[in-house]
Design a protein around this ligand. Structure first.
Ligand code: AMP
Length: 269
């Protein structure tokens, strides 16, 4: 008999301000250890001392659980932010985003996509045909949730990433998030860089080339970052897509490949 899975989600805050979050999807027997690890992570958030850490545990309906394979991973080394953003536009175009829409998305993240140039909690949904924003709440955005890897896949993934000096939790978590996005109905591509002022690597992900890291997508010290998901509304509706991203549980049971690093792909930029 297949065991039930549970979604475990943590969010840490201070004076009502969101500090950090994390989530897993695990069998019943692992809930205790995962709640403990996520709580500890919330308490030790680099963003500041948390005065509240909430963990929520929710049983997943097995009939709604989807299995998928993680995208391939590759890294492009670029010389500076300008080259990184040019490359991001080039990769987005390759994935099927019109160049003006790709440029608009890069500028949006560079300026801060939330109201008044703030950082959003979730992702921007962008109509790939028009560049129109589709997320109902531009402060919150869309929170991609309910995704993880199976235990066997976790072992393989950790080994694979560590073998390529990509063992940081940040990489595996972003890869899983991008994997869920790429498996979404109507997903054309995703653009992301972190709001962590000291983490300057970002990525473009697309079904055709997987998860492509770009070594520099912002300047060190810049607190702005975010995610843009480009959607083709000729194959899905906004409601269907948001329901999938936020509610449908997806477990990755296998990894993709790690492809060799390349230098900037300047020819495409
Ligand atoms: P991070 O890579 O965790 O630094 O996140 C970068 C940006 O992605 C954040 O500023 C949010 O705008 C967005 N983001 C973070 N987590 C999620 C999520 N679970 N779903 C959608 N967007 C997210």
């Amino acid at each position: 008999m297949k065991s039930d899975f549970y979604s475990v989600r943590m969010r840490a805050s201070s004076l009502g301000r969101h500090l950090s979050g994390g989530e897993r999807m695990v069998p019943r027997a692992e809930i205790g250890a995962v709640v403990s690890a996520l709580t500890e992570r919330g308490l030790q958030a680099a963003e500041g001392a948390a005065d509240e850490v909430h963990c929520q545990v929710e049983r997943i309906d097995a009939a709604t659980l989807h299995y998928a394979t993680l995208p391939d991973v590759s890294t492009c080394q670029v010389a500076d932010v300008y080259a990184g953003r040019q490359l991001a536009v080039s990769l987005l175009t390759q994935a099927g985003v019109q160049e003006p829409v790709a440029r608009q998305a890069v500028e949006l993240l560079a300026d801060g996509a939330g109201p008044g140039g703030t950082v959003m909690r979730g992702a921007v949904l962008m109509d790939v045909a028009t560049g129109q924003r589709l997320e109902p709440n531009p402060e919150r955005g869309i929170r991609v949730s309910r995704m993880d890897v199976t235990a066997a896949c976790r072992l393989k993934l950790d080994r694979l990433l560590q073998g390529h000096a990509l063992g940081h939790r940040r990489v595996s978590e972003a890869l899983v998030l991008a994997g869920k996005i790429l498996a979404a109905p109507g997903a054309v591509a995703e653009l992301c860089w972190s709001d962590d002022p000291h983490y300057i690597t970002g990525y473009v992900a697309a079904p055709s080339f997987g998860y492509r890291r770009i070594s520099i997508l912002k300047s060190c010290g810049d607190p702005r970052g975010g995610r843009v998901l480009f959607v083709d509304l000729s194959v899905t509706t906004v409601t269907t897509l948001i329901h999938y991203l936020e509610k449908t549980p997806v477990l990755f049971s296998d990894t993709g490949k790690i492809l060799p690093a390349s230098q900037g792909e300047a020819a495409h930029a």
